[in-house]
Design a protein around this ligand. Structure first.
Ligand code: SF4
Length: 234
């Protein structure tokens, strides 16, 4: 990977230069990523500069003492994004077709839930607005629901749990007919964590990788059978 930094005092035209260079490189067919630092966060001018970079590059990563983010100019999968998030709870807004986690359906009228896979719903609640916000009681109830019943599966649709799709397994968990621990992809003999978040594995792929890595390690002096831990620092 090639990389270059553009540095200089304030008002020396770093952004103008950066935008022009990114355009030039993109024009030559390169896939260009932008890494932007700000001492003050990304409102105002810095935010506008970042938006300009987003328009002409493949990916913008920005960091400041108060916030950091990565923005790609194409769709990334939920599986790509979750390991980057480093959080205790994920609240996903939208994503109706992502059936690897249970959901709360907001309804305005009867039958409003039909296209939202009610079998995946832990609860249906009335629509709200900024003028008619959810009550504290309801929020307390939802927090409890998340703490007790929230989960996310790997989303591999590998069929190892006996269902064709993870969505079917989520429906069974919601109905009390299965448990999260029944997801075979989360308990293969190989586990890989990325930034602390466990990645799901198709059991077949996990077995192949695990056998391949073990066979290679067996050639090394000092190898003894047992649990193996490999850390790759990026
Ligand atoms: S084993 Fe897990 S990842 Fe595979 S289909 Fe079932 S729920 Fe999805």
């Amino acid at each position: 990977m090639k990389a270059i930094a553009i540095v200089g005092k304030k008002k020396t035209g770093k952004t103008t230069m950066g935008l022009a260079l990114v355009k030039k490189l993109t024009g030559k067919g390169y896939k260009v990523g932008v890494l932007k630092h700000s001492h003050h966060g990304f409102d105002g001018t810095e935010g506008a500069d970042t938006e300009e970079y987003k328009k002409i590059s493949s990916c913008v990563a920005a960091y400041s003492p108060s916030e950091s983010f990565v923005s790609w100019n194409r769709e990334r999968t939920v599986q790509d994004l979750v390991p980057l998030m480093d959080v205790d709870v994920i609240v996903m807004e939208g994503g109706n077709k992502v059936g690897w986690l249970p959901r709360i359906i907001m309804v305005r009228e009867d039958n409003d839930d039909k296209e939202f896979f009610p079998e995946l719903a832990l609860k249906q609640i009335p629509a709200c607005t900024p003028d008619n916000p959810p009550s504290e009681e309801l929020l307390d109830e939802l927090v409890e629901l998340v703490e007790e019943k929230g989960f996310i599966l790997p989303g591999l649709n590998c069929k190892a749990c006996g269902r064709d799709y993870c969505m079917d397994f989520v429906a069974d968990i919601v109905a009390g007919k299965a448990r999260v621990s029944g997801c075979q992809a989360m308990k293969t003999q190989m586990s890989v964590t990325c930034n602390g978040a466990e990645l799901g594995f198709n059991p077949f792929v996990a077995d192949m990788l695990s056998a391949g890595i073990t066979a290679m390690l067996k050639q090394l002096k000092g190898y003894v059978p047992g649990d193996i831990e490999i850390k790759i620092k990026n």
